[in-house]
Ligand binder design. Structure first.
Ligand SMILES: Cc1cc2nc3c(=O)[nH]c(=O)nc-3n(C[C@H](O)[C@H](O)[C@H](O)COP(=O)(O)OP(=O)(O)OC[C@H]3O[C@@H](n4cnc5c(N)ncnc54)[C@H](O)[C@@H]3O)c2cc1C
Length: 368
């Protein structure tokens, strides 16, 4: 495999592979240095939503970036499937946020109203009454007083997506080194020289740091602040059923294989991805309030995984000020943003004239 390339991407999770995929598509040669299976890997423990609703409530630029991402998803995924033969089970026919408290729903609707105004009217969210939502989703009952609906929201099988990206990248010529953790970097007139724990040496003109939580340690080596922190989420999985849920919500979805996944914890517990009975009980009882029949199902699996969070929860896209040619790319919605990371972020990384303006996502917004 090659040891010199136009770009080295550090991290082979959904963010690193989406970025590598886009760069390869622009004719760049790419090496990916990836860690091992024992690393924290959000890309293997997430909820699979392709989601706009609720994102960027106070940050319209993030809402717009997410909208662009989901609008490009169907074509992006169709191309991946054509390229690899891997079906990623994208269902993008809209999604819900359920409410049991009328005041909370009113507050959300006001937030959406302001956001819609800030986006020049382009925020096609709809409101469903308790009666409407029960017609759409017969499993919904109990305390639900209504729901919001965003037509481009949806979900995907995140592991199949990751596999399709890996295979497509491989077909495009990616040199993917697994178990090669970056430990040292230097830069001279020839570009970047990187060394891994096991002694592999690779060089490139540019480096993109997509190491998830690894950015905390690796970021400062490239002159970044690297302000990421773990936030745990736990997910419950029921036995498989025939289709009973038509569309996903932020916390409940029926996956393509039939199981229902439930999850919504946001826990600040450091680098600890264990499941806990207390959270699992809380997640289950919240879901049962929305869909009481869930109480009759058998839980067969659960897991905990760590989100990669920036201080304000928005993505960070930063070109290094001290090591030109090094870029930091990190976000907490890597599934949702996969299409735009491949198609649009890559334009910024190669310095294309048509590159999107990503200055609002710079690390400069954090005053530390
Ligand atoms: C419970 C949960 C639910 C979620 N739900 C959703 C959702 O519904 N929709 C959505 O869009 N997003 C969701 N997310 C977020 C999404 O999973 C993440 O944004 C995404 O996986 C981050 O991908 P990543 O590639 O940055 O990080 P990771 O998947 O963590 O990958 C980082 C990679 O970097 C490698 N690495 C680290 N250090 C080094 C090093 N020194 N050298 C080389 N490689 C290194 C690691 O080995 C790893 O492969 C969820 C996350 C969680 C935890």
């Amino acid at each position: 495999m090659r040891t010199e390339a136009d770009f080295v991407v550090i991290g082979g999770g959904i963010v690193g592979l989406s970025v590598a995929h886009g760069l390869l598509g622009r004719g760049k040669s790419v090496i990916c240095l990836d860690g091992s299976d024992t690393d924290f890997r959000a890309s293997r423990g997430n909820f699979g939503l392709v989601w706009v609703q609720g994102k960027g409530i106070n940050a319209p630029h993030y809402a717009a970036w997410s909208q662009m991402a989901v609008r490009e998803y169907p074509e992006f995924v169709a191309n991946l499937t054509e390229d690899t033969g891997i079906e990623v089970s994208l269902q993008q026919t809209g999604g819900y946020e359920y409410f049991s408290d009328p005041e909370a729903m009113d507050e959300r609707l006001n937030q959406f109203k302001s956001l819609k105004k800030a986006l020049g009217g382009d925020y096609p969210v709809e409101v469903l009454s308790a009666e409407d939502i029960r017609k759409e989703e017969p499993m919904v009952d109990g305390e639900t007083v209504g729901a919001t609906f965003y037509p481009h929201d949806g979900h995907v099988n995140p592991l199949q997506l990751l596999q399709a990206l890996a295979e497509s990248c491989q077909k495009r010529g990616l040199a993917h080194y697994l178990g090669e953790r970056l430990t040292a970097v230097s830069q001279n007139g020839d570009g970047f020289h990187l060394q891994t724990e096991k002694g592999l040496e690779v060089s490139a003109a540019k480096v993109v740091l997509c190491a998830g939580l690894g950015a905390k340690v690796l970021g400062p080596m490239f002159g970044f602040k690297g302000l990421v922190r773990p936030q745990r989420g736990q997910v419950l999985v029921t036995e498989k059923l025939p289709p009973v849920i038509n569309r996903p919500s932020v916390t409940i979805r029926q996956v393509n294989e039939g199981a229902i996944q439930i999850g919504d914890s946001k826990e600040e517990v450091g680098f600890n991805d264990n499941e806990t009975q207390a959270q699992m009980a809380r997640i289950a009882s919240k879901a049962i309030k929305i869909m009481p029949k869930l109480a009759q199902l058998r839980l067969v699996r659960s897991w905990g995984a760590l989100r990669v969070m920036s201080p304000d929860g928005l993505p960070v896209y930063q070109h290094s000020k001290t090591m030109p040619g090094a870029f930091l790319v990190t976000c907490h919605s890597g599934i949702t943003l996969s299409a735009t990371h491949s198609r649009n972020l890559s334009r910024w990384l190669v310095g294309a004239e048509s590159a999107p303006d990503l200055s609002a996502f710079s690390e400069d917004r954090f005053n530390v």
